[in-house]
Design a protein around this ligand. Structure first.
Ligand SMILES: [Zn+2]
Length: 265
């Protein structure tokens, strides 16, 4: 998966520091990222001076975020999907932080402009002292097994992502992940399930999320009733079906489907 690479010493804690010429800088613009020959630029690579915010360190290299937009050619943020070995992870993780910073300028209680804490990654309202910490939205991904004919359920969205994926959805307030699994499966494909088991997790910064993967089995009737507002199709996938285009292995979804095809789950 995109977060699995070695060596990996990730240090996310905030530091109130300024960059050196040798440090890296991520420049984003609403769904776009600035790269130079597909590489993340260093401060010294930029043609102009920018204000910046420290994001994190990875393998003792420091990454900052530009607070200014450049007059340069940006690329679609989805380019991160092409990069393994850490680079895709860096872009995705920095983008998660960028989204949070971009969306938190004013206090939601009193409306005053927020200021950054000097000690931690948080905004403080100078008027009412309200604290705002980074937001991570957990969601579940569910591999539903049909043990009667040794298949799994794969689905395709109506809009956006064009390959087959697994049932997925955000955890609602007050729910356990397992309860979200049961609800999402019922909502999206109308199935009752049992034997819910945790598989693994994945930070998913592009949507500000954290994916929690589960496997489960159909309980009773295996007739699919599709939720047609979001999904265009759902079908059963055999282990030997290599024709159906599914998510790639950089994602938790793709990794779970691959493990099913290999007979590991
Ligand atoms: Zn306030």
């Amino acid at each position: 998966m995109i977060q699995d690479f070695k060596p990996k010493k990730y240090e996310p804690l905030y530091k109130n520091i300024k960059p050196c010429n040798d440090d890296y800088i991520l420049c984003f613009k609403n769904g776009l990222v600035y790269l130079i020959n597909d590489e993340i630029p260093k401060i010294s690579d930029l043609k102009r001076e920018v204000s910046s915010r420290y994001l994190f360190s990875l393998n003792d290299k420091k990454y900052f975020m530009s607070l200014n937009e450049l007059d340069s050619q940006y690329q679609d943020i989805n380019i991160y999907r092409r990069f393994f070995g850490g680079k895709g992870y860096i872009i995705m993780t920095a983008y998660h932080m960028y989204l949070w910073y971009r969306r938190n300028n004013y206090c939601g209680v009193c409306g005053k402009a927020l200021v950054h804490s000097e000690h931690e990654r948080a905004f403080i309202c100078p008027c009412c002292n309200m604290l705002y910490f980074p937001k991570i939205s957990p969601f579940v991904i569910v591999l539903i097994k049909n043990t009667k004919d040794d298949t799994i359920v794969v689905t395709k969205y109506k809009k956006g992502y064009s390959r087959f994926a697994l049932v997925a959805g955000f955890i609602e307030i007050g729910e356990t992940p397992e309860e979200a699994v049961i609800r999402e499966v019922k909502e999206e494909v109308g199935l009752d399930i049992c034997n819910i088991k945790y598989y693994g997790s994945q930070p998913w910064g592009i949507s500000g999320g954290l994916a929690l993967g589960y496997t489960c089995e159909i309980k009773g009737d295996s007739k699919i009733t599709l939720e047609e507002d979001e999904l265009s199709i759902a079908k059963f996938l055999r282990r030997d079906d290599n024709e159906t285009e599914v998510s790639d292995e950089m994602s938790l979804t793709g990794t779970m489907i691959k493990d099913f095809r290999l007979g590991k789950i």
